[in-house]
Structure formats: structure tokens, C-alpha cells
Design a protein around this ligand. Structure first.
Ligand SMILES: Nc1nc2c(ncn2[C@@H]2O[C@H](COP(=O)(O)OP(=O)(O)OP(=O)(O)O)[C@@H](O)[C@H]2O)c(=O)[nH]1
Ligand SMILES: [Mg+2]
Length: 206
């Protein structure tokens, strides 16, 4: 089993990306595994149709996702002589500041632990935010850290999401100019643009 971790700031579209990617792998019913935060740290499995998942798991509230949640993808990827399954993991939005909510702080810590385990890092950045706020404010310190860690360990792609928004292409250009050696994949989890390229990367980038 190899972990493909979807990681980034809150509200950049990580959860919608997980659902839309699962659909690209042919999944219509998500068998979603999540770690329930609490004293027992139990694992829960929920079956959700992808349409319903978009309704209940995504939204504009900050830190809507409060713990790791994942789905196992069908098929296997060959690396050398071995075949691996991929588990696609959606994570808790990271931020530069210390969050006041203890459950979210724990979720962020779990996310960082998962980052160390991940074979593939899908680092999601909001193109609209970078276009509107500029690199300094749209691409946080924590984004630099995720990018540096991911690039050093291999299997890293910056997934620049929300390219359907007006002006977002300016955000993509700024990121390309600033990080010319980084693999950047512009996508829209909303319209589906670029998702086939992410899928190809997941098949070849392990
Ligand atoms: N226009 C546009 N909106 C998007 C896109 N992807 C996600 N969104 C919207 O952005 C908002 C946040 O999406 P989520 O998938 O919940 O974001 P997240 O990164 O999981 O957020 P947290 O769980 O809070 O960390 C939702 O209202 C989505 O509909 C996109 O490609 N284009
Ligand atoms: Mg989420």
C-alpha cells in the first residue's frame, strides 16, 4: 500500500479534489475511512455516493475537514517487480498559526505525520488566492515547507486548483515563474480540468 496525500491550506479544495479523483479512478461509492478524533482514536468507515460526499464533506467554512479521511483506489501500480495499491488520503488544512481548536491541532499533527509516510504528495494551492493576494500572502510559509519537504523526498506535485476562477491563470503564471523546477499541474476540481494529468502523475510518480 502506498499513500498519496492531498495536503495544503484550508479551503483550497483538497476534499473536492479527493472526491473527483476517486471518480476518475471509477469510484462512485466512496468507502471512506476516517480517524475519529477522541480518546479512543477509532477508525470509522462510511459509505457515501460521490455526489452526497460533495454535499456533506466540502464547503467554504475553514477547516471543514477535521481529521484524516481516505479512500483505497482500485487497481495496482507497478514499481519494478512489485505491485502496489494506492490509498488516497485527504487531510486537515494547514496554517502558519497555532489553531485554537485542539481537535484541529491534532488533525494538523496527524497530517504532518502522514506527510512523512506519503509516497506521493499532492500539494494543493488555490490559484485564485495567489492571483488575488500575491505570492507573499497567497502562498503561506507552511506551503514553502510542504513543497521543500515534498521535493526533497520525491513524488511531489503542486496541484494548482480553481483555475476556473477569473484571473486564476495569473496565479498559475506567478507560481511557475517563482518555482520553475517544480512539477506544477493546473486543475479545477470543480470542472475536471487537469485531473487526467494528476491521475497520470499518480500512476507514474510513485
Ligand atoms: N471555483 C472553484 N471552487 C472550488 C474548486 N475546488 C473546490 N472549490 C470550492 O472551494 C471550497 C472549499 O473546498 P473543499 O474541498 O472543502 O476545501 P478543503 O481544502 O478540503 O478545505 P478544508 O477541509 O476546510 O481544509 C468549496 O466551496 C468548493 O466547492 C475549484 O476547482 N473551483
Ligand atoms: Mg476538506
Amino acid at each position: 500500500m502506498r499513500v498519496a496525500l492531498i495536503v495544503g491550506q484550508s479551503n483550497v479544495g483538497k476534499t473536492l479534489l479527493m472526491i473527483r479523483l476517486a471518480e476518475r479512478f471509477g469510484i462512485r461509492l466512496l468507502k471512506l475511512e476516517s480517524s475519529e478524533c477522541g480518546p479512543l482514536d477509532r477508525r470509522l468507515q462510511t459509505d457515501l455516493r460521490t455526489g452526497k460526499a460533495v454535499e456533506v464533506l466540502t464547503g467554504t467554512a475553514l477547516n471543514q475537514t477535521r481529521s484524516l479521511q481516505s479512500v483505497s483506489l482500485p487497481g495496482r501500480v507497478r514499481r519494478g517487480l512489485r505491485l502496489y495499491r494506492i490509498r488516497l488520503v485527504d487531510s486537515v488544512g494547514l496554517s502558519d498559526r497555532i489553531h485554537p481548536d485542539a481537535q484541529i491541532r491534532k488533525g494538523m499533527a496527524d497530517t504532518l505525520r502522514e506527510l512523512r509516510r506519503a509516497s506521493l504528495v499532492l500539494h494543493v494551492v488555490d490559484a485564485g488566492r495567489v492571483a488575488a493576494l500575491g505570492l507573499k500572502r497567497g502562498f503561506a510559509e507552511v506551503d514553502y515547507q510542504v513543497m521543500q519537504y515534498g521535493c526533497a523526498s520525491g513524488g511531489y506535485a503542486m496541484i494548482v486548483n480553481k483555475v476556473d476562477l477569473p484571473g486564476a491563470s495569473r496565479g498559475v503564471s506567478e507560481l511557475r515563474k517563482e518555482f520553475p523546477r517544480v512539477r506544477i499541474i493546473p486543475v479545477s476540481a470543480r470542472t475536471g480540468t487537469g485531473l487526467d494529468e494528476v491521475k497520470r502523475f499518480m500512476r507514474t510518480g510513485l
